[in-house]
Write a new protein. Structure first.
Lengths: 198, 248
């Protein structure tokens, strides 16, 4: 029987994505057993992040400094701006290290049934960034869902009056995907976006 | 509804938990139904659960009140249309409208057919001219089915059944040209294609959209916490812009 404090910790961990009550209990047991090598460093890391966590006022990324590491990086290409729905999307894209430009986090996507309107997102600040000049291309990296694409079309319309190239990510066959297992919609997108073999 | 297997149109999908989703589907047999899709946010099921898609759905529930377990198999995907601004706006609006306006578990076979017809028309003619009129008729039918129908059979002022050109913004009753003399500015225009059939021009289509938009805004659809009318405003604005660009 665990104490009240340990039970509270288990319940707090169980609320994290990917963890349920059983796996949270296992994690707590591990922390208790490896107090010096795991629990104390974890506590210090959590405290440090908790004390310094800020949302970048420029792009909406979450970091421990403002402006965030990406916005402050002088090696980044100011002319390319990638728009993503969420911080998780930014981190996923930046992990690949394929995009050399800057980012803009919208903070969600337009959704009638969830009551998310344009003013609930950071679309105005995106338009202001583009209007500020220095941006040649805006990459709309929205999810390939109805809400994601609706948001992409809305932003594309808002950016029409600005002299920037607006592009979006390709849709179609995933790497390692087998045609036999793909749905009709993905196949149609892949066929539509086919390219000549050089 | 302990068990129902039927073709259905996906109208809305909301994330539930880490992997699951609650989807609301319009069926011909049982109207709008909600069901929990296990793994509904998985890589396999996400492309299936896109609003507008036609699926073969299986609902299983122990009691009528219980949220059904739902399994879906893709019959026809309309996902490629999402890349088209107008087509995706039309799908967004029509499916959101159905999900927001209809009560669950009530049969609306005509609305199922009409929604399928509009979506087919959008797919066949992404250029809007081919489906905007069908959209107006669909909205009118939906208004009628949720109890906000317009009386377009005869004039509210003269009782005449011919030459109906206006609708009262308060009662929703048609008014003939003769009956509207002196009040034209206070009435809504009634496009001829809604009473006589045939094809309307863009002016008539926008008049139809203004007419249905007025009564949708007064219906419970607009009073919900979630404002689906915003989606409609975006669609109509886009239609007007496309029409204006085409007429230049």
């Amino acid at each position: 029987m665990a104490s009240k404090e340990i039970e509270t910790l288990t319940q707090a961990l169980a609320r994290l994505p990917g963890l349920g009550p059983r796996s949270a209990r296992r994690a707590v047991l591990h922390l208790v057993k490896k107090r010096e090598t795991v629990l104390v460093p974890l506590l210090a890391a959590l405290e440090s992040v908790s004390d310094s966590l800020v949302t970048c006022t420029n792009c909406g990324n979450v970091d421990t400094v403002n402006p965030c590491g990406i916005c402050a990086d002088p090696r980044r290409d100011d002319r390319a701006l990638c728009v993503v729905e969420d911080v998780a999307d930014l981190w996923a894209l930046d992990r690949s290290r394929l995009f050399p430009g800057r980012y803009h986090v919208l903070g969600g996507r337009l959704s009638a049934l969830e009551g998310v309107r344009p003013e609930d997102l950071t679309i105005d600040s995106l338009v202001a960034r583009v209007a500020g000049g220095g941006v040649d291309e805006v990459v709309l990296a929205m999810n390939a869902t109805l809400e994601g694409q609706t948001t992409a079309h809305f932003i594309a319309e808002r950016l029409e009056e600005h002299p920037v190239r607006v592009t979006r990510l390709a849709h179609g066959l995933p790497v390692g995907g087998e045609l036999d297992y793909l749905d009709e919609g993905t196949l149609a997108q892949a066929l539509r976006a086919r390219r000549p073999v050089s | 509804m302990p068990r129902l297997i039927a073709p259905a149109i996906v109208c809305s999908v909301l994330a539930n938990g880490e992997h699951g989703a609650v989807a609301r589907l319009l069926t011909r047999e049982a109207g709008l139904l909600a069901g929990y899709v296990r793994g509904g946010r998985s890589r396999r099921l996400k492309p299936v659960l896109i609003p507008g898609n036609l699926v073969q759905a299986e609902f299983r529930a122990r009691t009528e009140e219980q949220l059904a377990q739902l399994t879906v198999e893709l019959e026809h995907s309309r996902a490629p249309l999402l890349a088209e601004p107008l087509a995706s706006a039309a799908i967004d609006w029509t499916t959101s409208l159905v999900a927001a306006a209809l009560p669950e578990g009530q049969r609306y076979p005509e609305l199922y057919d009409a929604l399928g017809g509009v979506l087919d028309a959008v797919e066949a003619a992404p250029a809007a001219r081919g489906w905007a009129q069908a959209l107006v008729s669909f909205e009118l039918l939906l208004l009628e089915r949720i109890g906000f129908g317009l009386d377009l059979s005869r004039c509210a002022a003269t009782d005449a059944s011919g030459d109906l050109a206006y609708v009262s913004p308060n009662s929703g009753a048609a008014v003939s040209r003769a009956g509207a003399v002196g009040y034209e500015a206070r009435l809504l225009a009634l496009p001829a294609f809604l009473t006589e059939g045939g094809t309307g021009d863009w002016e008539a289509i926008f008049a139809g959209l203004a007419l249905t938009g007025h009564f949708l805004a007064r219906s419970p659809v607009a009073e919900r916490r979630v404002d689906v009318m915003e989606t409609r405003r975006r669609l109509v604005d886009r239609l007007k812009r496309v029409h204006a660009t085409a007429s230049l």
